[in-house]
Design a protein around this ligand. Structure first.
Ligand code: GTP
Ligand code: MG
Length: 444
């Protein structure tokens, strides 16, 4: 995501760091490069201009240049202003105080409305809500089936009825929600090729009959400034409350994500980061800024880990960790949990400084994880419980059994010891209610 922009910014900041003492001219030079990088990422030129004048006003101030680490000062200002640009804080999908909450998803064809409807339903269900999906796209016959299939997958009912108009379907959704005791209605609407008067009128009518609490515009991040123009046009006709930006996993350059808020004043509430049903995340401006600057995204990772992990398993594991009786069996369970997070390369992308490494897919791939598991599986229960009994001959047997080498077995045991040591140190530092940062299984 935003790779080219991140690379450019990192190069700029690296050059700046190498200068040692910074002069005002150095800062201006660096900011010129930031400007180019943003323009190349397809950020709206007015947004770039205003962004840079804000950064410059702060960066050229005396105290930054006098400080011991002026380069870090400049990076911090750029980061702060990026965060501001994207809306400064997480904007939640608002729930009505008087249920059911009505959420419309609108947007151009292929933006990802149907996919996002199902993803959102799944997300809300995980938050303890009882959502209902309404398939109101009657113009493309396959659209209704598409939503039905998704609904089945996440076990959320999909309301639809042949021969009804979208307005009637919205009303049917409302009636059904009451009958089925559902507290959220997500209405998937028809796509349009461009901002189309007839369909826009239809959405207005739906909203009159079944008023929205949230009317979310779904835009494709890959379309850059077009997404911003589309948002402005939709906003003229409809009471939009926010944006869902999809396909951030693709090679979007960043222009849409960085401009849409400033240009349209609509907050990005959610982002789609993949084709799978779980690939939807709240949009966090601060984390996005860190990610753009190449600082990784540890918070997203931790949240993903928490969501993917089995609550109970996590609890047991956390207890073991604090008691420091962590064994190789637990280690194996932990690897199982990490695997639920998805491909290792994707996980790595979110860790600070690992973004580049994740690209070397051959080096850090899921095969190394498979080898680690093979080694663990070749041990006896007793060996996993008490790794200290694993002597030379046992190591040889384990290596043979797992199709690895003694060297790999040694490395795994050594890394396990280190993890264990680390966990002992963490003992007593708990009480924050969340799992301590996860030690990752040994790589390659
Ligand atoms: N990689 C990626 N693909 C996505 C994402 N969201 C949606 N897609 C894909 O984009 C395509 C279009 O998604 P839909 O959900 O059908 O889009 P739509 O807006 O409902 O389209 P219409 O109903 O035709 O207007 C599908 O192939 C989705 O799998 C995302 O976040 N990442
Ligand atoms: Mg659709």
């Amino acid at each position: 995501m935003f790779d080219a922009l991140t690379d450019k910014l990192q190069q700029t900041f690296k050059r700046m760091r190498n200068k040692g003492r910074l002069t005002e001219a150095d800062v201006k030079e660096a900011l010129r490069e930031v400007r180019l990088a943003l323009l190349e990422a397809d950020v709206n030129f007015k947004v770039v201009k205003e962004f840079l004048s804000r950064v410059e006003a702060r960066a050229v101030g005396q105290d930054i240049l006098q400080s011991l680490t002026p380069d870090q000062g400049v990076i911090k200002i750029v980061r702060d202003e990026l965060v501001q640009l994207m809306g400064s804080h997480v904007e939640r999908v608002r729930m009505a105080s008087n249920p059911p909450t009505v959420i419309y998803l609108v947007g151009l064809q292929g933006a990802g409305k149907t996919t996002a409807s199902a993803k959102l339903a799944r997300m809300l269900r995980h938050q303890g809500r009882q959502p209902l999906l309404v398939a109101a796209d009657i113009y493309r016959p396959a659209a209704i089936d598409q939503l039905k299939v998704l609904g089945e997958k996440i076990q959320v009912p999909v309301v639809t009825e042949a021969g009804k108009t979208p307005v009637q379907l919205a009303e049917l959704g409302m009636a059904m929600s009451k009958r089925m005791a559902k507290d959220v209605i997500i209405i998937d609407t028809a796509g349009r090729l461009h901002v189309d008067d007839a369909l826009m009128g239809e959405l207005e009518e739906m909203n009159r009959r079944v008023p929205a609490h949230e009317m979310l515009l779904v835009v494709d991040a890959m379309t850059g400034q077009d997404a911003v123009r589309v948002a402005s046009a939709f906003k003229e006709r409809l009471p939009l409350t926010g944006v869902i930006m999809t396909k951030l996993d693709g090679d979007a350059r960043g222009g849409a994500a960085l401009s849409i808020r400033e240009v349209t004043e609509l907050p990005i509430k959610l982002v789609g980061s993949g084709e799978k049903i779980e690939d939807l995340e709240p949009f966090a401006p601060d984390r996005m800024a860190q990610r753009i600057l190449g600082m990784g995204d540890i918070m997203t990772l931790i949240e993903k880990a928490e969501a993917a992990m089995d609550r109970e398993d996590t609890q047991v594991l956390a207890e073991k960790i604090t008691k420091a009786d962590f064994t190789l069996d637990d280690f194996r369970a932990m690897i199982e949990q990490v695997k639920k997070l998805g491909p290792l390369s994707k996980v790595m992308e979110m860790m600070p400084g690992m973004g580049q490494m994740a690209k070397l897919k051959n080096k850090v791939d899921d095969r190394s994880m498979v080898r680690v598991e093979a080694i663990l599986n070749s041990m006896t229960n007793k060996e996993r419980q008490r790794p200290d009994i694993i002597d030379g001959s046992r190591r040889l047997r384990i290596a043979r059994g797992s199709g690895t080498t003694v060297m790999e077995v040694n490395r795994l045991i050594k890394q396990f010891d280190e993890v264990k040591k680390m966990m002992k140190q963490m003992k007593g530092k708990k009480g924050r209610g969340r799992m301590p940062r996860m030690p990752f299984p040994p790589l390659g």
